[in-house]
Design a protein around this ligand. Sequence first.
Ligand SMILES: [Zn+2]
Length: 142
Amino acid sequence: MAAFDANPAMPNPKMTKAPCPVCKSQADRLEELTRGDHHVFSCPLCGHFQIGGSYAATLYHREPHLVLSGIIRHGTERGESLGMIDQWKAEELEVIAPRSTTEKATHTLELIAKKAPGHGQVLAFDFATDYPLAYGTEEMKN
Ligand SMILES: [Zn+2]
């Protein structure tokens, strides 16, 4: 997968506060990167993603999509782009999402290893925004 498609020609893209269609948290929608029926979001919980406008509209009428939030966040932390997310892409991503505790723990440990400043040093998680890393619910932050 390619790295997130940030455009270096626009170092400060115009952003609008908007609810994240995936997790419903307050997020930034990058207006200059909107193309046709696509939107680009930067969410403090899910991370960076592109989403089809009609799929986003259907998600706004549903409960937060925790599995999709976890998948997007995991990709963002790894510097990967999942491409444009529509209904079909979301279904594909759900199929490959970790299901077992072991798979989820492996993903989480992989990210800890990537984020840790050095061997034996403390790595702090922000429970307000990092619980999607465990593919969990908001209740896990308490
Ligand atoms: Zn989100």
